[in-house]
Design a protein around this ligand. Structure first.
Ligand code: DGY
Length: 379
């Protein structure tokens, strides 16, 4: 084997080892210490990876996640493992209290109350493309498809409080890019009443270097947003009153669109009507362009759906609409120019990976998650 091939083989074997060591029997831990439960979009990425070599486990991964889906279609961002002590991760089930606070939350398993990027339909399609046992894959998709449709319906019906055609996130954790400067202005403007946050203990700092993690100030804001949503009973019909953070992100919505296109193909596999997904794709595509494209800055930006103000930070979220197959060519050129600029291109020919935040940005931090470091999945 040539050296490059050897390195790739070693990398692939190492990646498989990580997944296999973190396999719990029906899902995979993102990390034994820092993330000791099942996470929604991590599971989708993991299932895509596994589908290249272990179809059965890839299917079980998504099955475990969707067994915890809420009655209203929401796919929770964490499915808690009952065997893990409550103090292994904060906020754990005793903080979220979903099964007692919301009529829609499952009763037989504890979950968080928020969601994450809806990448699952796309993951399911990838899995089907790699499946050696096509019959088993089709049977699995027949089970999963209505659940994926419910996930998308939830976003369309409950997460678009101002009717713009896009789904909003109600917490930075929902974006998967928790600590990104993209949320900076909206978080810093949050007025947190004195005494609103009960004392809590972060467990992440016991397992990770504080320099990598969000600051305590940011954590207070994360906890406050959970409390606001939780205290509404996770009731999306009062989102704008209950939760002081409702953002439409280009990344979340580009993934939503990408998965909507996947639903068109999956409908074909299971013999369902793809028309509603085609219509939904058209709606999300148009809304992305009309609400999140900034014609002056010539880039996509996250928008506060209450004020309709768009952010100005250059972060990785701005590139995700490249997933849209109908993306206008001149927009694409502008995005690619930004990608190639000194802000995102670390000038290492042949080694082109995109950092999570503008290398020249004021808040750039080479260690802290989402403020610089690369997460390869977003690439
Ligand atoms: C965390 O705890 O860091 C997570 O990103 C929240 O999902």
């Amino acid at each position: 084997m040539k050296r490059g091939e050897e390195r790739l083989a070693a990398l692939r074997d190492g990646a498989r080892l990580v997944l296999d060591e973190n396999w719990l029997g029906s899902s995979t831990l993102p990390s034994r210490t820092l993330y000791p439960h099942q996470w929604s979009w991590d599971s989708a990425f993991i299932a895509i990876g596994r589908s290249w070599y272990d179809q059965a486990k890839a299917q079980r991964e998504l099955e475990s996640l969707f067994k915890a889906q809420w009655a209203n279609g929401k796919v929770p961002h964490i499915v808690f493992n009952p065997k893990v002590p409550d103090d292994a991760y904060f906020p754990g089930p005793t903080f979220w209290q979903t099964s007692t606070r919301s009529k829609d939350a499952p009763r037989d398993v504890e979950t968080s109350g928020i969601t994450q990027p809806p990448i699952h339909a796309q993951a399911a399609l990838e899995m089907h493309r790699h499946a050696r046992d096509q019959a088993s894959s089709v049977a699995f998709l027949k089970w999963l498809y209505p659940r994926l449709v419910a996930e998308h319906d939830y976003l369309a019906r409950h997460r678009d409080p101002t009717g713009i055609g896009l789904a909003s996130v109600v917490h930075p954790w929902e974006s998967g890019l928790d600590n990104s400067p993209v949320w900076g202005r909206d978080l810093s403007e949050l007025a947190i009443p004195a005494g609103a946050i009960p004392p809590y203990q972060r467990h992440d700092l016991a397992h990770a270097n504080a320099a990598d993690r969000p600051t305590n100030e940011a954590y207070d804001r994360f906890v406050y947003l959970v409390l606001r949503y939780r205290d509404s009973g996770y009731d999306d019909s009062v989102l704008l009153d209950a939760v002081p953070f409702t953002m439409a992100s280009p990344q979340f919505n580009a993934i939503y669109l990408w998965s909507t296109h996947a639903l068109v193909e999956l409908a074909d596999v299971v013999g369902a009507d793809p028309t509603p997904h085609r219509e939904a794709a058209e709606r999300i595509h148009s809304a992305l362009l009309s609400h999140l494209w900034d014609p002056d800055a010539r880039c996509f930006a996250a928008m506060d759906v209450r004020t309709k103000e768009r952010g100005v930070e250059d972060t990785i979220v701005a590139f995700a609409p490249l997933l849209d197959p109908e993306h206008p060519a001149d927009h694409r050129t502008s995005i690619v120019d930004t990608l190639k600029s000194n802000c995102f291109h670390p000038d290492r020919p042949g080694d082109f990976v995109v950092p999570s935040y503008d290398l020249l940005g004021e808040d750039f931090d080479r260690r802290r998650y989402w403020r610089g470091p690369i997460w390869i999945n977003t690439n």
